[in-house]
Design a protein around this ligand. Sequence first.
Ligand code: DMJ
Length: 589
Amino acid sequence: MVQDHVALNFEKISLTSHGQNYSYKISCLRFWRKFSRLQKLTLYIVFFIVFILIYLWLFGNIMKFNNVMGLNIQKLPQLSNSQQEKELDLPDGVEAVKLNEIVNAEVINEKEQIAAPAINPTILELTSYGIKFPSASGHRQNAILKAFKHAWTGYQKYAWGHDHVKPISKKYNDWFNMGLTIVDSLDTLWIMNLKKEFSEAREWVSSSFNLDHYKDVNLFETTIRVLGGFLSAYHLSDDSLFLEKALNVGERLLPCFTKSPSPIPYSDINLVSHLAHSPKWSPDSSTAEVSTLQLEFRDLSRSTGRSSFEDVSFKVSEHIHTLEKYHGLVPIYINPNTGKFHRGSEIKLGARGDSYYEYLLKQWIQTGKSIDNLKNDYIEAIDGITTKLVRTTPQRNLTYIGELRAGTREFHPKMDHLVCYLPGTLALGVHHGMPYSHMRLAEKLIETCYLMYADQPTFLSPEIVYFGTNNDISRDMYVNINDAHNLLRPEFVESLWYMYQISGNVTYQNWGWSVFQGFERYTKVAGGYTSIGNVLDPDDTRPRDMTESFFFAETLKYLYLLMSDDRHMLSIDKYVINSEGHPLPTYNR
Ligand code: DMJ
């Protein structure tokens, strides 16, 4: 009957034969004329209502999405995945995230969207590019993620845009006035897949990062935290804003090199007057500081095509290579006016000495293992460490690295927590072809570092430990009350990550988990995590009300990577990680 006729077959109508189409049209028209006026009117109304409903549904959804995201959907690039990869020139094996995957992911998490501030359209674009990391998996990795979010929330609430949060007084601290915590955290946010937080941080960088403060800043700290932070954010996200900021920072720091009469840079610079100078308390620069700039400055040159950054910074390494050393070991002070070591200064792998050794190896890796002087200086230094600084304790046979005192070069059985970066660096070296004996040393040292935590009732390491010697066998490893503070430092968990990544031994994961429990129990406060003054007494930890930016940049990042199901989540072949935990790409030469 009527209904039978109404069943229009659009397939047939679309046939190419004009004659067939025509006859169908005629029969439809006849059919339509058979309706009474009332029937026609009813059908008109039904069609109209259906049309309005479809329109409202579509329009409502678009508006809702726009309002929540602050987006203009039409501005989103309509690229296929392969087009995106082409445009971005991604390296082999690096997959561009599909744009619609990102949009869907954002829509699903509606609660979070509503809390989010308006996001610039370009931000959504950028999250669809860059290197993709998996979401947190498993109980442990999720616990680290939760800790990061807790610390980040405190920083956002009480210190946003300032260098550090003071999580107990719920205030902030400024050191260089550069929003250090934000810049230092960018790549951790990216790796942890915290897209909303990354977008907010990116927005701050875009609108508020400012170098026009009449202020002295330290060349080394600004390089590893700020320049390194921007460069790694650039490489991971593929967002050129970060490269632009990195370039601004590099340019401001250049006078430290160019104004020095020797290849050794001055340690400090005023960002506005551009006056580069030595620290107020000494004419010398720290050896570790001047030799821990090259990964970042080289990467800045390679990324921008401006060679001056690499040139001036590598001259430092080339110059130090020519200086006389003590079995490959360097004194911790060097003078930028003369270019010479302060020969009477201490030799150690803790503060002011540490990353000289680290950057010999890492520069060699960064440059495709093409610079032999770096490799040879590194091997000679590790030999020197083994023969001149490594000792074992009389009671537990713990292997540690001591220091050589200023002037006399007498052995001092003291080790900073900072030295605990070394097992990781040694393991990285072995992975890249350094002698296997380095791995044996790494394994022994990391056990001592573990006991620096496990020996304390808080399961947290002090800043410095001392060891018993053959002349004093009554004590094995001990702590002076003045050195009993813990600044939430990363070196031990950093080494655990390298050791686990290279050996696959889950003991290293378990040790990291125990240390994390110590942080949770004794440093967690309402506004985040705080440094403490005393690891020796769980009832008297003396909180210091301070979260250093390296807790976000390194400690939590390494713990997160350590707890990953995929121990190669961040490739140590494709990336070399700077002294502040920021991954930078490796090159062929
Ligand atoms: C960080 O800023 C860097 O790891 C630096 O190389 C040494 N000190 C802190 C962390 O302890």
